[in-house]
Design a protein around this ligand. Structure first.
Ligand code: ADP
Length: 647
């Protein structure tokens, strides 16, 4: 590339020349890669070197560089290499907490997107984000330091995420006198490690990012090295897109394209395989079949086009393309569904084993419902206690009750409805997912599905002849759950007890589930960590639900400190059956009462994880009933609740 013209394009130029620009670059394949390494392994220098030597700098980083006149002169002037590297490093430091920096460049042979991620251990999540779309990982090693913990950690993550092309770039060779012996020792050590985690092959290249050895051309300093220069390897390595086309056809539906009554198409990006007009396809999870009548392309692949669609029909479309498919018949199909080859469809299931990379500061709470997004499907998922956690530095399996920030674990999870999936190993699009906190909307984890648990297919809900309506009818009442929540000592048990007595006098069939009592039996294996509190409430919710099936009015008295779990229990019940009762007593009052002496113990540090002291209480935002015990006696409060239940 060294003889190529130096081309600097401003945003305006790209905008003007966009057709020409696309024309030139359209025929090139794209390689997405990620660079990983420890803090001082020379990532910025290497990326700077690749950008600099490729002589083509595009889009975002050009804009960034141009906005800072210190780094770049007037248009067309050579960018100083050292300043470019400084700029990249500074930008990365600023962006360190935000995410991953993506940089674009191109050579005559290929286009590249490189995800530049910070090296510190605490940024595992950034690396996972950057790697999730990468075809190749460049693992940088400082020749003076050899294989480090970070090297192992990043290699493991890259392999876990499904990157099959690994480049071991042994950097700073200039600082070890281009010693073949040192290079061979490092490669030998890395080979042993790579084999142990299932990396079957990798390409090792001795380089100096700083001096430019073996970057764009082979260096005179390493006559003993017989492989390709880094850029040559990046330009010629086979990209997965090719093998994606050989897999069976799958496309997740992103939206239904129905601009008018004459046109109905299903838009999305083809994940794997090839689709042709006339192909028999199956819509999942419904399993309905049809035939492809048209394949319509959208200008730029964006948004539903006006009119009957796009800039032309295709006979065939392949993995990676964004298209709109029209069926020969009226078959139900909506966002989140997957269109697949009729004779080779993926499965649908609702229980799985998965690898989970936890990316949030707050630990994972087994049993808590999270949003799970897989392709275009969004469902509610709960995760069980991990089977084990992987120590990414030593590859050991550790026992774990939960997962903390950056932890990687293996766990079973269940979704509230069936999702169409494939093992991540075979299909990143239909096997990779993220988890989202339902309250904060933050992405808390990334994951990879291994397989569905067979019991998902084998355990079916047993239909019983005596229905819940019949049970309730016999008792001449409507089932309900009066869910009391509030601080310890707020008055939940006291008031719940009076409410139950009043209802019993009115011939209502009730059952009072009390926190302390349940913890003596059903939940005696649970403590008071956040994770155990979630599981405590989940079980109580399930029991309360069975009792409503039996036709009872259930009264529960549990602190139930978290909104997410109260919301989960609400979702378990029939609409209108869940009545949240907030026993709203200020902490100071509850503490002053201190009926069980627990606040005193908590204040002295004798009792850990006590709600209101060193464990949070999230008050309901919109409860059905709110009781202020500073203005009502327990008797008055109970009267009020009964009046609201039975007007
Ligand atoms: P919780 O079940 O919420 O932990 P308890 O019902 O066990 O709380 O304890 C509440 C204590 O507060 C009881 O000793 C009760 O007599 C006292 N109390 C004082 N005023 C009230 C009130 N207005 N409503 C309910 N309880 C009250």
């Amino acid at each position: 590339m060294s003889d190529a013209d130096v081309i600097y394009k401003t945003d305006a130029l790209i905008a003007e020349d966009i057709d020409q620009y696309l024309e030139v670059h359209q025929h090139k394949t794209m390689l997405r890669f990620i660079t990983c390494g420890s803090v001082d392994d020379g990532k910025s220098t290497l990326i700077g070197r690749l950008l600099y030597d490729s002589k083509m700098i595009f889009e975002d980083q050009l804009a960034a560089l141009e906005s800072d006149s210190r780094k770049v002169g007037t248009q067309g002037q050579e960018i100083d290499f050292a300043l470019l590297v400084d700029g990249l490093a500074a930008e990365r430091e600023q962006g360190i907490t935000i995410d991953v920096a993506y940089r674009f460049f191109a050579t005559e042979k290929r286009k590249f997107i490189v995800a530049d991620t910070p090296g510190h251990e605490q940024y595992t999540r950034n690396m996972v984000t950057g790697a999730s779309t990468a075809d190749l990982a460049v693992i940088l090693i400082d020749a003076r330091k050899g294989v480090l913990t970070q090297t192992r950690r990043h290699s493991y993550l890259a392999h876990l995420i499904g990157i099959r092309n690994i480049v071991l770039a042994v950097n700073k060779m200039d600082l070890v006198d281009y010693s073949q012996e040192i290079f061979d020792t490092i490669v030998g050590e890395y080979t042993d490690f790579a084999n142990s985690i299932g990396i079957s092959s990798f390409t090792a290249i001795p380089i100096s990012g700083f001096k430019g050895d073996n970057i764009t051309g082979l260096s005179d300093h390493t006559p003993w090295y017989g492989g390709p220069a880094l850029m040559e390897h990046l330009e010629t390595v086979e990209v997965d897109q090719v093998s994606d086309q050989e897999k069976p056809f799958r496309m997740a539906v992103q939206w239904v394209n129905r601009p008018n009554l004459d046109f109905r198409g299903f838009s999305g990006q083809i994940a794997t395989g090839i689709v042709k007009v006339g192909d028999a396809v199956r819509v999942l999870p419904s399993g309905k079949t049809s035939t492809i009548a048209r394949i319509v392309t959208m200008p730029g692949g964006a948004g539903p086009a006006s009119g009957s669609g796009g800039d032309g029909d295709l006979d065939t479309a392949v993995a990676g393309q964004s298209v709109t498919l029209c069926f020969a018949d009226e078959v139900d199909c909506s966002r989140g569904d997957v269109i697949a080859a009729a004779d080779n469809p993926p499965q649908a299931a609702d229980q799985f084993e998965a690898t989970i990379v936890w990316m949030a500061d707050e630990e994972m709470l087994p049993g808590r419902p999270y949003w799970l997004k897989l392709g275009t499907q969004t469902v509610t998922a709960t995760i069980q206690q991990p089977k084990y956690q992987v120590n990414v530095n030593t590859m050991e399996h550790l026992a774990a009750k939960t997962l903390d920030l950056n932890a990687i674990g293996i766990a079973n999870l269940a979704t509230d409805r069936q999702i169409v999936f494939e093992p991540y190993e075979r299909n990143r699009t239909l096997g990779g997912f993220i988890l989202i906190d339902k309250i904060t909307n933050a992405t808390v984890a990334a994951g990879m599905l291994h397989f569905s648990l067979r019991r998902a297919q084998n355990v079916h809900w047993q239909a019983t002849d005596v229905s819940r309506e019949f049970h309730a009818g016999l008792k001449n009442q409507r089932p309900a759950v009066l869910w009391f929540t509030g601080l310890s000592g707020a008055g939940k048990s006291t008031i719940a007890n009076i409410v139950e007595k009043k209802l019993a006098r009115m011939n209502r069939h009730t059952f009072l589930l009390d926190g302390d009592n349940v913890r003596h039996g059903l939940n005696k294996d649970l403590g008071f960590t956040d994770a155990d509190r979630v599981e405590n409430i989940r079980r109580v919710g399930e029991v309360a639900r069975l009792m409503t099936d039996a036709g009872l009015v259930v009264i529960t008295a549990f602190i139930s400190p978290f909104r997410a779990e109260r919301e989960m229990v609400r979702q378990m019940m029939q609409p209108g059956e869940f009545i949240e009762v907030h026993i709203d007593t200020p902490l100071a009052d509850a503490e002053a009462r201190d009926v069980k002496g627990l606040y005193k113990k908590a204040r002295s540090g004798e009792l850990k994880n006590f709600t209101g002291i060193d464990s949070p209480y999230e008050p309901p935002e919109d409860p059905e009933i709110r009781i202020d015990t500073t203005t009502l006696t327990a008797e008055q409060a109970a009267e009020e609740i009964v009046r609201r239940l039975i007007p």
